[in-house]
Ligand binder design. Structure first.
Ligand code: SF4
Length: 606
């Protein structure tokens, strides 16, 4: 199985990336305690990880490099050349020749026929390098595109230097994400102008938002592929699609053929202009409506034991700060049987943990007229033999129903874990956000959740500095955080996105105030988290071993059922117990021996 060039940067969401043990090293250097230098076997030493020390047992080290198995990926650390997002106009365009810029104007979203001919002439398989940015939903899109490419005979490579085609799947969530996407495109453009690559493709959310600007201002880009055009990746990469019989189950449905359903709420919001992209430079008129299914080829990049399954796409909610509905289209669910079939196949391939994702998973099935569709789906998936951990992310607060909670509580293999992005707690702010709710309502919901699902792990995220957020509103949010005691919490700084309803709001909060509020809230959460982690010392539970720690080769790391992949804290393993070594992707029992602000330290007991 080829390894893929994946450069997943989730800095926007504060996520970390680790795939099958091949870790994308963070920029910061791990400082090893000098006392560790002699490397005596069997003695306990201390390794300093950022601002903390973790005791480790030296008989574990040195650790072997981990193999990349099926679905495993390599990663490249990209050279970070900073370009302001606004700079893509002009400065970058001058890098290419004027004639090419003119030709680019005629290029549609897909490859030119000239390139297709070139591909036919090529004898060796096309080598494609992939850079995937953003959230797990975007990662699944990357996996689908890589699957389509691999099925057509392309080789996915982890080496940008040797790639014939480079693809950057972008994120356009907020300013920082856009900046990161531009940096990645320019970095890959450099590989094209100075290296072997002959084509550069830009895909994803940024294409939906800046389709024409990308093509006009970055002449190295040969083709763009929007979020609803994944099946066009072959043409964009200049690869001739294999001949597939019309009745083959492996035929890739085009957006036009895909079954598209709607929620009445979505149709109503469309009439109110929620999905309007008027004035967006180059946005195509049709909203994205693509959604993969169980027959779509997909090349997984996550660890062997763990997989994301996208159960729905798009969103009908009116949240004022968010342009995802314009980028991803109206909410639509995958067929129930399609999700089950994919889950069964993944488990048969060795996956033991499935994380269901979508912009809003709790609306699942509403477009098919299902009531409590997510609960029904979870109940069915929980019966897939061999599936150890099942969880879902991104619940909408007023969709956390009694039946959903009962389902989580009743099924042993559904993780007692709930991720509900609340965004704020002050009713006035939530009203301006067009979300509704407030601290009192949320606290009642949390009480209900904890009563129905004892020992549940709760995750949420907030936005600090939404327009009109007063000091009082922020204090209310702080009090709420103190009272709610979330296990995991993320705070985004408000980002003013053109095209969102909030963009037109007055009373914008100064940037420095926003940043200060973000830091203050995270400081508060650190204390809450530290106390919660300390209470876990001495407890014994299952850990999914991921491999070498991303911070130091002297420790290994894993996750418990209370940690969603890539987003929450982790378990640092400093003692393998009865085993001479561990295998990534295996489950063990571990005992927590130390606690830090967000992470736990544990020893393997069986
Ligand atoms: S629920 Fe709100 S924040 Fe989340 S994707 Fe939909 S509109 Fe955006």
């Amino acid at each position: 199985m080829p390894s893929a060039l994946i450069l997943v940067r989730n800095c926007v969401r504060g996520r970390r990336s680790m795939f099958n043990g091949t870790v994308l090293r963070r920029k910061f250097a791990v400082q090893l305690d000098e006392r560790f230098a002699d490397g005596d076997f069997g003695r306990r030493k201390t390794v300093k990880l950022r601002k903390r020390r973790v005791t480790h047992c030296t008989r574990m080290s040195p650790l072997p490099l981990l193999p990349s198995g099926p679905g495993g990926v390599g990663g490249i650390a990209s050279r970070r050349t900073r370009h302001r997002f606004d700079d893509i106009t002009g400065a970058v365009a001058t890098k290419g020749d004027a004639g090419r810029i003119d030709r680019m104007k005629d290029v549609k979203s897909v490859a030119t026929s000239e390139s297709a001919t070139e591909t036919v002439r090529r004898t060796a398989p096309t080598r494609v390098g992939f850079v995937s940015l953003g959230c797990p939903k975007n990662l699944v899109d990357s996996e689908v595109m890589m699957g389509i490419l691999a099925r057509a005979g392309a080789t996915i490579t982890a080496d940008a230097e040797s790639a014939d085609v480079l693809v950057v799947n972008t994120c356009s969530f907020i300013d920082k994400a856009k900046q990161e996407s531009v940096d990645a495109i320019l970095e890959m453009a450099r590989h094209k102008t100075e290296g072997k690559a002959t084509r550069l493709v830009v895909a994803g959310c940024m294409v939906e938002r800046y389709r024409d600007e990308i093509r006009r201002n970055i002449p190295e880009v040969d083709a763009v592929v929007g979020t609803g055009e994944l099946e066009q990746i072959l043409l964009a990469a200049g690869i001739v699609a294999p001949r597939v019989e019309p009745n083959s189950p492996f035929r890739i449905l085009t957006s036009v053929e895909a079954m598209v359903s709607h929620r009445p709420e979505g149709d109503a919001r469309e009439r109110q202009g929620r999905f309007s992209r008027d004035g967006w430079d180059g946005a195509i008129a049709d909203l994205p409506n693509y959604l993969y299914d169980e027959t779509t080829p997909r090349l997984r990049t996550t660890a062997k034991a763990s997989a994301y399954v996208k159960i729905a796409e798009g969103c009908d909610h009116p949240c004022g700060f968010c342009i995802i509905p314009q980028l991803r289209g109206k909410f639509r669910s995958r067929r129930f049987e399609s999700v089950v079939a994919e889950a069964e196949r993944l488990v048969a391939e060795g996956v033991e943990e499935i994380t269901l994702i979508g912009q809003d998973t709790t609306c699942y099935g509403e477009d098919f007229g299902m009531k409590d569709g997510l609960a029904q789906l979870l109940d069915r998936l929980a019966r897939v033999e061999g599936l150890r951990w099942l969880r879902f992310l991104y619940a909408y607060p007023n969709k956390v129903t009694p039946r959903l909670l009962d389902t989580i509580a009743r099924n042993e293999n559904i993780c007692k874990y709930l991720d509900v992005p609340l965004q704020h707690a002050a009713p006035d702010v939530l009203k301006r956000m067009k979300r509704g709710g407030g601290a009192e309502i949320f606290l009642k919901m949390i009480e209900r959740v904890r009563a129905t699902v004892p020992e549940v792990t709760l995750r949420t995220s907030f936005i600090a500095g939404f327009p009109g957020e007063t000091e009082n509103d922020f204090n209310l949010l702080q009090d709420f955080v103190e009272e709610a005691r979330f296990d995991w919490l993320g705070v985004f700084e408000y980002s003013d996105e053109e095209g969102s309803a909030a963009y037109a709001l007055d009373e914008k909060v100064p940037r420095r105030t926003i940043a200060a509020r973000q830091r203050k809230l995270m400081r508060k959460q650190r204390g809450i988290s530290r106390r919660a982690r300390a209470a876990q010392v001495g407890r014994i539970f299952d850990v999914l071993v991921e491999g070498e720690s991303e911070e130091t080769p002297l420790l290994w790391q894993g996750r418990g059922a209370m940690h969603a992949p890539e987003i929450d804290g982790k378990i640092l393993i400093n003692d393998f117990g009865p085993y001479p070594t561990l295998l990534p992707g295996t489950f063990h029992r571990c005992e927590v021996t130390e606690a830090h602000d967000y992470d736990l330290v544990a020893r393997i007991v069986s």
